[in-house]
Each structure stands twice: as C-alpha cells, then as structure tokens.
Design a protein around this ligand. Sequence first.
Ligand SMILES: C[S@@+](CC[C@H](N)C(=O)[O-])C[C@H]1O[C@@H](n2cnc3c(N)ncnc32)[C@H](O)[C@@H]1O
Length: 354
Amino acid sequence: MGNHVSKDTSSLMRSQTSSGGYHGRRAGRNWGDSNRRKPWSTLSGPEFNIVHGRRYLATSSGKGHYPLPVDSQEMDRLEEQHYWMLLILKKNYALTMSEYNFRPQTILDVGTGNGIWLLEMANEFPEAQCVGVDFAPTFPTEILPPNCTFFLGNVLERLPFQDNTFEYTHERFLGLGVQRNQWPWVLAELMRVTRPGGWVEVMEMDGALLHPGVCGSKLNEWSATMRTDGENEEEECEEEEEEEVGGDLEGESLGKSAQSLHKAFLRQGFTQVSVHTVEVPLGSVHGRSGEMAARVIQGIFTGTRPFLDSAQWPQGVWDDFWRVWHEELSGSEGESKGPTSVRILMLFGQKPMR
Ligand SMILES: C[S@@+](CC[C@H](N)C(=O)[O-])C[C@H]1O[C@@H](n2cnc3c(N)ncnc32)[C@H](O)[C@@H]1O
C-alpha cells in the first residue's frame, strides 16, 4: 500500500487479475516518489506523444483513444472547468441526496482527471472513502486527505474494483474518451462496481453548440468528427425508440445525447432515473460564467487541434478564428434565436436492490 492510502481502502481494490481486464496500476506504487510532485508534468517516454508542444497519450487507437492532452495546460483547463460547473450548479452533483436520505460512505470518481472533484467530495463527506480512477496518471499523489486515494484503470476495459463496491459512482466529462456505441459498456461497468441500492451519476457536455454563428458552426463540425464511431448504429436505435423514452427532451445534437444516455440508463436497468439539462450562454457578455465557458470550450478545441482539419492552419489563421469567434459571441446577445450556448446534461439512477 502507498503511504497516503488509508488502510480500509485496500478492500476496494480489485485483488485478482485473472479476468485479464485489469490493466490499472496503483498511484504511488508505480509512479512513486520520483514522480510525486506533478506526475503529469514529469512523465515522458513511449506512453506519450508530443504534438505541437502538447503531450498526448500514445494510445491513438483501440480502446482508450483519448484526443485531449495530458499536460499542465489541460490540468489548468480542468480546474477552470470544475469551478465553472460549481458556479453554475452551486454544488458538485445533481443527485438530490437529501430527497433520497442518502449520504454515501464510499464514492468513486471515474475519469477523475486532476482529481479536483474527488478532493472536494472527500472534504464534504469526511466519513466516506473516496476513490478516483483514470487511465492517465493525472491525479495528485501527495498531500491527499486520509479518505482519498487514486488508481490507474480504464473504464473501457474493466475498472480495477470488485462488483458492488461503491455507494455513489460518478463520472463527469468523459465524453471525448467514449464513443456513442461504448456508452452501454461504460454504464454497465459503472453499475457493476456500484452496490445494490447505490447511485450512479453521469454529467456530460453536449458536443454541439446551440445557436452557433459561422465560427460556432465550424466548431460543431469539428466536434462531430470527434464522435463518429457507432453513430449510425445508435441513430437507428434512437429512431426506433424515439417515442418510447426521452421524447420530452429537445435540442438537436445534445437532445440526441440526452435521449440516448437516458435510454442507455433505462436499458441498463437503473431505477429512479432522472435527467436534468442546463443551457449556459457563452461569452463575456454573459458574465463570469459565459467568460469561463468560452475559455473552457476554446481549451477543448485547442487541445484536440492535432485531430482537426485546422491542424494545418498557420498559427495566425488559428488565432484569427478564435478572435472572430469571441466577437461572434459578443454579437449574439439579443438575437431572436438566442445566444450561442452549450448544454450540460446530468443523469442519475439507482442500482436495483435485486
Ligand atoms: C475532460 S477530463 C474530466 C476530468 C474530471 N472528470 C473532471 O470533470 O474534472 C476526462 C478524463 O477522463 C479520462 N479518461 C478518458 N477515457 C478514459 C478511460 N477509458 N478510462 C479511464 N479514464 C479515462 C481522461 O484521462 C481525463 O482525465
């Protein structure tokens, strides 16, 4: 056990690897002392590619392709994204815990990134064992609260935890790492590690901006190219079942995501499934939240640039594009169609007691 891991947490760790699914490694054991200060800023080697000065995981194909960088710039973006969410939602989760008389004793954060969400939960729920997992070593490994620990693991393979372990399993903004047709697998995995009677919560950002201008439409095009695998298959399913569930959700692309995620939750067998959406206008004319939103979204596209058709643009053209986009956002207020916005969707559901 690493010296920052509380004794009880060892029981949460999947102890056998015979299923062949577990490829995770313990934080602190493998990344250890030499990388303790900031693992994501010091690691190098074949696991990473450097493109245009940004660092990416080298797994560019197969399970776990992830188009965002793993570097300090991305960690700063995640931090801003976290505080942006807190500004909008005023809390770290959508699950109405008081309504369900629920106070989790074991919390899992899947795709934990820099671990900022989990660290706040460890503070809010000091009696809970809080565990984060990510397939990149981006989480902190020192100065952790005693009830908080992190593991390496890939949700698209098998999480390194036993069945029925956590009371509250959470994932946020994993979207770019999960193709549409992989969501059923991901939900099954989140459900597997959750205890009967426990809750699973998913929070995602729609890939498409609402009411885009010219630059916003280009961003939507880029975004669509990031999420193509399995899309046709999924859309066929959606058409068949559109009337059945999710018919009350509007919106183009996000509506589709919300509908398909909602359906996937129901198909997976969750009960008490609840879907919430919030639309956030972009741009500094919409105050602090709009300003942060625009920066966070620009950061996503800047991070994924090597995978976009703009990758070959000269830097000046790229910079101009963003200048015009910000002008577009300033000008969109008051238009009848509404300001350019991003929609955030939040879903939670309970694992049946069975
Ligand atoms: C956009 S970040 C969000 C981080 C954090 N959830 C938050 O909201 O601040 C997505 C994270 O998911 C991780 N990730 C992507 N695909 C994954 C996978 N298949 N298994 C585990 N982690 C994954 C990435 O390494 C990254 O840290």
